[in-house]
Design a protein around this ligand. Structure first.
Ligand code: XIL
Length: 299
């Protein structure tokens, strides 16, 4: 974990941010590698670090189709067994950190790009019912935590964000305890263009939920030249301005803050340079553009 290996990383984290999110340490695979055997060490350390420095913690993530433990992926379970397993996972993890995590990404990435439901272990067993169940169980385990549904490529109006909007509306109508919608905002300069993110997020706040930008980065086909870095700055600025313009946009989380440790080169091998600071922790053009847009939020 960078927190105990890299003093510069830790000091920049404390200097620049007031909230932390574990990138992987709270996912199901890392926390329960064998059924009934838990490994909380890294997640606990991140929460303790945050508390020691007066920072908040966003929890990420409880119900997802990726980074599940092998025993769950390759096991055979009846729907009743799977439901009990999911409930126990949510109750155990949310309960462990009750009062210490201000917001949880309860449900992550349930839609395909065309707005149909993603075919996952959860959807196959329960249809869409697992979403409402997950929120109810999380709420029982920590009534104070703000509960979010989170997804990517939902930052602008498109079939996927339309489906998410319809789902949130229906959950609210059923009285499901959902507080917010997370917009990952993983931009890809190779394919994405700037759009009206504020207008899209407003469709959600108009339903009476909070919104947050939860995993902001902007990856660049490598090598990153000056033009690409300037375009990247526009993406960061657009995201910050969108959030600042909406009273119910409660926060922005970046998915890594230095190119030294970004997930991008591992997951998208021809791309990189996706964060605000370079690999030596020096500000990139995006840093200044982002900071200026955020400054507009100050009263
Ligand atoms: C990524 C991590 O950054 C990587 O280290 C890991 O290998 C894969 O997951 N959407 C999410 C995050 O909700 O959990 C993902 O994080 C990035 C995409």
């Amino acid at each position: 974990m960078q927190l105990d290996r890299d003093a510069t990383y830790s000091s920049v984290l404390v200097r620049e941010f007031d909230s932390v999110t574990p990138e992987n340490a709270m996912k199901w695979g890392p926390v329960e590698p064998e059924k009934g055997t838990f490994n909380w060490a890294e997640a606990d350390a991140i929460v303790a670090f945050a508390q020691a420095h007066g920072m908040k913690v966003r929890g990420h993530t409880l119900v997802w189709h990726n980074q599940l433990p092998d025993w769950l992926n390759s096991g055979t379970f009846t729907p009743a067994q799977l439901s009990a397993i999911l409930k126990s996972h949510i109750t155990t993890e949310v309960g462990r950190y009750a009062g210490k995590i201000y917001a949880w990404d309860v449900v992550n990435e349930v839609f395909n790009e065309d707005g149909t439901w993603r075919d996952t272990i959860w959807y196959r067993a329960f249809g869409d019912k697992f979403v409402a169940d997950a929120f109810r169980w999380a709420h029982e385990a920590d009534p104070q935590a703000k509960l979010y549904i989170n997804d990517y490529n939902t930052d602008l109006a498109n079939p996927k964000s339309d489906a998410l909007l319809a789902l949130v509306k229906s959950l609210k109508a059923q009285g499901v305890p959902i507080d917010g919608v997370g917009f990952q905002a993983h931009f890809d300069l190779a394919v994405d263009s700037l759009g009206d993110m504020a207008a899209n997020l407003k469709r959600f706040t108009d339903l009476g939920v909070d919104v947050a930008i939860t995993e902001l980065d902007a990856r660049i086909p490598m090598p990153a030249d000056k033009t690409a870095l300037a375009k990247q700055a526009d993406f960061y600025k657009e995201a910050a301005s969108a959030c600042v313009s909406l009273p119910r946009c409660v926060g922005i989380t970046v998915w890594g803050f230095t190119d030294k440790y970004s997930w991008v080169p591992y997951s998208f091998p021809s791309e990189g340079a996706a964060t605000l600071l370079d690999a030596d922790f020096q500000p990139k053009p995006a840093y200044r553009a982002f900071a200026e847009a955020l400054a507009a939020a100050k009263p």
